[in-house]
Write a protein that binds this ligand. Structure first.
Ligand SMILES: *Cc1c(COP(=O)(O)O)cnc(C)c1O
Length: 532
């Protein structure tokens, strides 16, 4: 089928072949409107509002005055409205259907949390307001910090990091500061399992460490012999995710922590998967020295849509003194934000520096606090248990047609690989594209890298059994279709999406971020809009 340069199907030729009727003349499908780029409308020189051409104003911009037109498309209000509504209908969203992405977690965004985050007393406070006027906001940050420390059994938490990766940076900078304080400048090697999220080695290197990969064993966990062999006087830390990115609990975690401490290094735990163990396991009991939360993956504010993040990082006794500025201290009934080095030293702290301009992502704090208070301590535990139950249900329902990568139970996500597609001519990518035709956003594909053609599925706690069943029925049917030789169902997918197969490598490596008008239109785009 012919595609235009945007990857959209071009209009079909007139034919008596019924198969060709899948393409429409308009490009729209079933009331889903085809929508070009806003610039492709060629509506330069038009505006949606009628302003008088201003006269008698004196510009003081001198030679900086713009000479040509801006080249912006001109749309009326209903045209602009339709453009964005049409685009929004092409989005898949957690409010639309099950979102099986693994290593991504939060799929539920209670409306209550949104409502509370929008309360003017939280939403409209300004970070430069006098401290006496934001005591309520500080009390909320303090209370959230208390919950985070309680859930982890850790003595301190840095609230300002604004994402998981930012929290990693915070923890690793604290580790670096602690090593520097011990004058152990030779400790520059950080161990990380090969299944680690890409941010882990990136963070280590960013902090001036080198990264050394630990292989996984047959069971998808850290290979203990390989780990022990890598310990040495130049090791600064281990960065470990638990449950790991294969959705498996690292059962040797206590021994890993002990061996790392004996070797003089620290234990950074990537807490992105904390939604699997929240309320059940306290990382402080496992010997962790630093761990970030992804509040946006664990306690509401779903990420994945590019929304804001928040990565508070808990710290052990050994690392707590180095927590970054600013931080809150409680003085009787009131709170004080410690903003600078001198004030920090006055409370016996030795911050490694500052990570953000202000105190962190207030809106996410409110959502997380609201999530925690509405669930209660027992509810947080139940959410973790249900997330694990749902993932194991998926594993149990699909293991006869798909190939689980590891034996036994999983935690919050179920990992399959592409062995069940062997000799079918269907790849993991094809399989995922066929899911789009069935109304499902694909699962996480080709990650983690430790298994071939990975398919990582995380239903989370908020999906009902009916919803998970419908999802499993679909995947089961697809797996059987692949095995039955219906290869084209997969290789030609997606057939019903607004855009079909794209050159994803090219899109990632050479993204076209700027629209340039075709030569014929360039002149029109440069003209100043005619008045009126
Ligand atoms: C998401 C994730 C991160 C990074 O968190 P961001 O908030 O996206 O920066 C790190 N590690 C793991 C295992 C993750 O899933």
């Amino acid at each position: 089928m012919a595609m235009n340069n945007q990857g959209r199907p071009s209009a079909p030729v007139h034919t008596s072949d019924p198969g060709a009727y899948e393409e429409t003349f308009s490009g729209s499908k079933g009331l889903d409107q085809a929508e070009p780029l806003i610039f492709e409308r060629k509506t330069y020189g038009k505006t949606g509002v009628d302003f008088e051409v201003s006269t008698g104003t004196v510009t003081r911009l001198g030679t900086l005055v713009r000479e040509g037109g801006l080249g912006l498309p001109g749309l009326s209000e209903p045209e602009a409205m339709r453009h964005y509504v049409r685009l929004s209908r092409k989005n898949y969203a957690i409010d639309l259907g099950l979102y099986p992405l693994g290593s991504c977690t939060m799929k539920h965004n209670p409306r209550l949390n949104e409502k509370l985050a929008r309360l003017p007393g939280f939403a409209d406070v300004h970070p430069l307001q006098p401290q006496s006027t934001v005591q309520g906001a500080y009390a909320l940050i303090g209370e959230l910090a208390h919950w985070l420390m309680t859930l982890t059994n850790m003595p301190a938490v840095a609230m300002s990091p604004k994402a998981g990766a930012h929290g990693e940076l915070c923890g690793m900078m604290a580790i670096r500061a602690a090593l520097d304080a011990r004058a152990e400048h030779h400790r520059r090697r950080v161990l990380a399992p090969e299944s680690a999220h890409g941010t882990n080695p990136a963070t280590a290197v960013q902090c001036g460490f080198s990264c050394d990969e630990i292989p996984a064993n047959q069971r998808g966990r850290v290979d203990m012999e390989a780990f022990k062999a890598k310990l040495g006087a130049d090791v600064a830390a281990i960065m470990l995710t638990n449950p790991n990115t294969c959705g498996l609990f690292e059962g040797d975690i206590r021994e890993i922590a002990d061996l790392m401490h004996e070797a003089g290094g620290y234990f950074y735990c990537d807490g992105a998967n904390f939604n699997a163990i929240s309320g059940r396991v306290r990382p402080g009991d496992l010997g962790v020295d630093a761990m970030h939360f992804n509040l946006h993956k664990t306690y509401s504010t779903p990420h994945g849509g590019g929304g804001p993040g928040s990565g508070p990082t808990v710290l052990s006794e050994a690392l707590a003194p180095y927590a970054p500025l600013p931080f809150l201290v409680r003085e009787g009934e009131s709170w004080r934000m410690v903003e600078d080095q001198a004030a920090a030293e006055a409370v016996n702290a030795d911050p490694f520096g500052r990570m953000t301009a202000f105190h962190g992502n207030m809106g996410m704090f409110v959502r997380a606090m609201s999530y925690m208070l509405s669930h209660g301590a027992d509810g947080l535990k139940q959410a973790s248990e249900d997330a694990v139950l749902n993932a194991n249900y998926v594993l149990a329902r699909l293991k006869h047609v798909m190939t689980p990568s590891f034996e036994g139970l999983c935690m919050h996500e179920a990992l399959f690989d592409d062995r069940f597609l062997k000799d079918t001519g269907v790849t993991t990518l094809d399989f995922a594209k066929a899911m789009i035709d069935e109304g499902y956003h694909p699962m996480t594909m080709y990650f983690p890298l430790v298994v071939h053609g990975a398919m990582l599925i995380e239903p989370t706690e908020s999906e009902s059994r009916e919803s998970v069943d419908r999802f499993c029925d679909t995947l089961e049917a697809l797996a059987l279709a692949a095995k039955a030789g219906e290869t084209e169902r997969f290789t030609a997918a997606p057939r019903f999406a607004p855009v079909r197969r794209l050159d994803e490598t090219k899109a990632a490596r050479q993204p076209v971020l700027r629209w340039t008008p075709p030569a014929a239109d360039a002149h029109a785009a440069e003209q100043p809009p005619s008045g009126g």
